[in-house]
Design a binder for this molecule. Structure first.
Ligand SMILES: [Zn+2]
Length: 344
């Protein structure tokens, strides 16, 4: 376990980070509040907050305030107040396009990035009175100018570094791939945790730690690795719409979140916290200088996850079928070898 400058043992902080936003063809009622046709219960941010509160913990909710220009200020401000009033950590998520001509932060020059952040912060603060401390770029589309912009507007943290996401973004190339918190100027860069799902020689396939895309055994394995490495933070990605799918509750993800919370609650050396809490506790002296390797989940866990997610797209079906074919071939080879040995 890492030790801070006062000699205190530091726990690894596990942070549930939730991007609160509407999808391209969605709206805040379904994608943020989780109001589904035919269901009385809501499966959006309120349910996520309730599940965290059942363990007396809070999450960090990055709210895309810019969609107020598309869906109206009432809906987005309402979500902000809901999050803040329940004591969760309300922070800024930037998909600037409804208000600015830039798809992502990294597509805007520094001066415009500063203007975008100032606008977002002033909206959040005017709706709730909350002092905004952190930012996550939409689609992780950040670059080092984004960190300069964060510093310029007085933010303490940025959570846009996501080495495991499929999209290629400048920040990952500029800062390098890492699961370790870093201080860039006056801003903490707190990465979204990633892992290697498969490794063959020097080739590897990276994956983001995501409540929808990672299985419980994968999340546990990565968290145990982080504990062994004394990592200050583990960040899992969620969305306001993570608990529903195609207009129905996503029971599998709900069960996974519940089981993860139960496991983390009992896990020695782990503390569930928020980005705001991390900002106040991070200590440069307690951060490991180097970590050995990367977390790896391997063939069996990847196959297991694909089998569980059979209905969630062709990639999962391909991985599941490849695994089954491999297992069938292995069984046939073993049977053949046994029969050959028996004959002799
Ligand atoms: Zn987003």
């Amino acid at each position: 376990m890492a030790v801070d400058s006062l000699g205190k043992r530091m726990k690894t902080m596990f942070v549930f980070t939730v991007d609160v936003e509407s999808r391209a063809h969605g709206d805040p009622r379904s994608d943020i509040l989780g109001i589904l046709p035919d269901y009385e219960e809501r499966y959006g941010i309120e349910k996520i907050m309730s599940m965290l509160e059942a363990y007396q913990v809070r999450g960090t909710f990055f709210l895309n305030v810019y969609e107020a220009a598309k869906h109206g200020e009432v809906a987005v401000a309402g979500a902000a107040r809901l999050i803040h009033s329940r004591g969760h950590d309300l922070e800024l998520h930037s998909h600037p396009q409804p208000m600015y001509p830039h798809y992502g932060m990294c597509h805007a020059p520094l001066v415009n990035q500063i203007a975008i952040l100032n606008k977002g912060i002033s909206l959040l603060e005017s709706w709730t009175g909350k002092t905004v401390l952190a930012h996550r770029a939409g689609a992780f589309a950040a670059n080092v100018d984004t960190l300069r912009a964060c510093e310029s507007v007085g933010l303490l943290a940025d959570c846009s570094l996501s080495p495991g996401s499929l999209v290629s973004v400048p920040l990952v190339h500029e800062l390098g791939v890492s699961n370790l918190v870093r201080r860039i100027g006056k801003v903490w860069e707190i990465p979204v945790t990633y892992y290697h799902q498969l490794r063959v020689g020097r080739w590897h396939s990276k994956r983001i730690l995501d409540i929808e895309g990672s299985s419980l055994p994968e999340i546990k394995r990565v968290t145990r690795w982080a504990l062994r490495q004394s990592l200050p933070t583990v960040c899992v990605l969620m969305h306001s719409f993570s608990l529903s799918r195609h207009g129905k509750p996503n029971r599998r993800v709900i069960r996974r979140l519940s089981a993860l919370l139960t496991w983390l609650h009992k896990c020695d050396g782990i503390e569930i916290g928020t980005i705001e809490q991390a900002c106040h506790r991070l200590d440069q002296n307690a951060i490991p200088k180097v970590i050995s390797g990367e977390p790896s989940t391997g063939l069996l866990l990847t196959w297991g996850r694909a089998l569980l997610a059979w209905n969630d797209g062709w990639r999962n079906r391909l991985v599941a079928m490849t695994g089954m074919t491999g297992l069938a071939v292995l069984t046939l080879v073993l049977v053949y070898l046994c029969l050959t040995l028996l004959k002799h």
